[in-house]
Design a protein around this ligand. Sequence first.
Ligand code: NAD
Length: 432
Amino acid sequence: MRVVSWVGKGGKTMLTTKLADNAYDVALENFDAAADVLGLNNDTREMIKYPERVLTVTVPVRMDDGHIHRFEAFRVQHSSVRGPAKGGIRYHPQVTLDEVKALATWMTWKCAVVNIPFGGAKGGVTCDPKHMSQGELERMTRRYTSAILPLIGPEQDIPAPDVYTNSQTMAWIMDTFSMTKGYPIPGVVTGKPISLGGSLGRNEATGRGVFYTIQCACEHLHTPLRGATVVVQGFGNAGSIAAQLLHDAGAKVIAVSDSTGCIYNKNGLNIPELMHMKALTGRVEKFPESEAITPAELLALQCDILVPAALENAITAENAPAVIALIVAEAANGPLTPAADRILESKGVFVIPDILCNAGGVTVSYFEWVQDEQHLFWDAQDVYDRLERVMKTAFRDVLKIHLDRKVSMRVAANMLGVGRVAEAVQLRGIYP
Ligand code: NAD
């Protein structure tokens, strides 16, 4: 049993006991907390809380040694109330249907927080991509695409990369989808290579968005970014780009980790060189001028900004008491359990919640989709400027609710996202 708290009607903090740490339970709790403060009626909750469509598929793949392996895979569309469903595809051994449902739910509120005209979706294949060849990954991706084909399309549901998928994965999906239709349809996925209709700035969009929200948080807290100490858990796409931009802005990234290990240098790591080494070797461990530390030590380092950028449930009731940070910027989706959230809040940590912090990725995905639909492409600076405007506006909107309504930043972000979807569904009414 875990103790979970949230702010109920009238801003009153309520306590309940419940098993929590299943990501989907967390997503539902986040929804309830926001819906309570918004005073949403039951009919509206029934309309927007749960996924609209859930698809589980079997993906048989001929492996390199000749045998056929069956993978289980999912696509969940949580909402199409404000526009086509939108969300990444994850390849990971621990992918479950509940995880995909949680991630799809968060996508709905995230798109609404940054006010882009998309709903939420997510996909996943339970597999171990690190132990698969390129050929196996390609065959699995193509078969998965054909299995979810009835659900996806530029007007319906638009996948993108997530953990252990990338622009090459998107190129295979785009090709498979286009071959079945008989003509190229780049708008079916985002996060594509530039030469296939991808957007400049998409690859670094999530990390860049994380950076913009950290800038806003520092400004709000009157903390200079220059000289601030930073710890990044998960040196992948989101984490490494955020680290790079923070380093460029004069912050000192003192520790980072990936699935292979954690490294630390109290004077700051040379991030451009570390990115170079990670690109060459696929790992951060044994980086020169760094010492190895444990994952628990990494999270307990005293720092100004802690960026969890790996997976869900990284910070729990067990390790949250050890966190000594001014700001926690959730580059990952769902890195804090509700119990951890409560502990950090009681310690006065300023949390930039995931559905705001990492929304840069889906924002530039939206830009990519717009460019594909218009067959007109923007330059990188144009993308960065638009992204900065969207992220900083969203931050200000969430901060205003946080201050006016005296709720946590997470509840405030969920109130903004849920409130926009609720308004849309009330205007649309119920069919038939
Ligand atoms: P990625 O695969 O590029 O990077 C993930 C990184 O986390 C890898 O370096 C991996 O080694 C590391 N990692 C895995 N387990 C770890 C552990 N236990 N401890 C430390 N490091 C660990 O994935 P990504 O796209 O950067 O996604 C990371 C998180 O950001 C996910 O939660 C994802 O949903 C979220 N996110 C990503 C995007 C995007 O556009 N890429 C957008 C929004 C949210």
